[in-house]
Design a protein around this ligand. Structure first.
Ligand code: G
Ligand code: G
Ligand code: MN
Ligand code: NA
Length: 254
């Protein structure tokens, strides 16, 4: 309850921040996107990690307001970068299961895009397998509405959830994000290399792009390039950065 109240206050007082982790196209080596990640700097505790407060927000329903705040601020920032002349970037925004099922997300997205001017084709919503499997028919309808608007959809943490491969075929998806747990031990763990390669091949056969999360070494990147993985995120290039540092990183690109 205490954390909930503090989070409510932080949201109202505009104490929450978004940081942005670059997404890199493996073939060209260029930054092609950003994932918006919430940061909560507390004056006493320091940074409170999202893994601690997102579940609280989800269970109390505060995620409705929090999610709306994130979506709006991410699109505002994306639009600002366009106006500043940065190269074209997609903006990936995490959507929690409750946001996907309890509010009219498509309507909210439509509103935010209209208000901010951010192009629908640049927005990528990250959903988990669990959120999609929860209510399949409803999820499919929501994905189709988003798709009709031009918004893209990524499956986050792919491979860790309840993977029914049939939904990959039925749902209109754009990107699979291979969970970091399959990347971390490459090349030491041969099973993980097999799994990552299989996800890439399957994704491509289904016509979706594949992104690897948590890439930390040049060796991991070389392996993923060999397997024709499309893009990656990870500490090898950069953690999530404040907006101004992200823009500086892009300006320094060759
Ligand atoms: O930022 P970090 O790398 O610590 O993220 C930890 C977890 O918090 C990730 O699973 C991420 O998806 C989640 N997270 C971060 N920002 C948001 C957000 O804006 N909305 C939701 N729903 N989850 C987020
Ligand atoms: O939304 P998602 O669950 O994918 O959140 C991404 C999380 O992974 C964030 O907590 C982010 O800080 C973290 N992360 C991103 N890149 C790396 C990496 O290269 N190594 C590790 N250990 N964590 C990472
Ligand atoms: Mn994510
Ligand atoms: Na993830």
């Amino acid at each position: 309850l205490q954390l909930e109240n503090r989070l409510r206050r932080a949201l109202v007082d505009e104490q929450l921040q978004l940081h942005f982790q670059p997404q890199i196209d493996i073939a060209s080596g260029r930054v092609i996107g950003a994932e918006a990640l919430l940061r909560w700097p507390d004056p006493v505790e320091g940074m409170i990690p999202p893994a601690r407060f997102i579940p609280v927000a989800e269970s109390t329903g505060l995620i409705d307001q929090l999610g709306a705040w994130v979506l709006r601020h991410a699109c505002e920032q994306g639009q600002r970068w366009i106006e500043q002349g940065l190269p074209p970037l997609s903006m990936a925004v995490n959507v929690s299961p409750r946001q996907f099922h309890h509010i009219d997300l498509a309507h909210q997205v439509q509103q935010v895009l209209a208000d901010t001017g951010f192009p629908a084709e640049r927005l990528e919503l990250e959903l988990t397998e669990g959120a999609l499997m929860e209510r399949e028919a409803e999820s499919l309808r929501m994905l189709e509405r988003l798709r009709d608007m031009g918004v893209r959809v990524a499956i986050d943490d792919f491979g860790t959830g309840y993977s029914s491969f049939s939904y990959l075929k039925r749902f209109p998806l754009d990107v699979l994000k291979i969970d970091r747990s399959f990347i971390t031990d490459i090349p030491r763990d041969i099973d993980d290399m097999e799994i990552a390669a299989a996800i890439i091949a399957m994704g491509h056969n289904l016509g979706v792009r594949v992104l690897a999360e948590g890439v930390e070494t040049a060796e991991q990147l070389a392996f993923l390039g060999l397997k024709r993985c499309d893009s990656y995120q990870g500490f090898l290039l950069s953690p999530a950065l404040p907006a101004d540092e992200f823009a500086a990183l892009l300006r320094d690109q060759p």
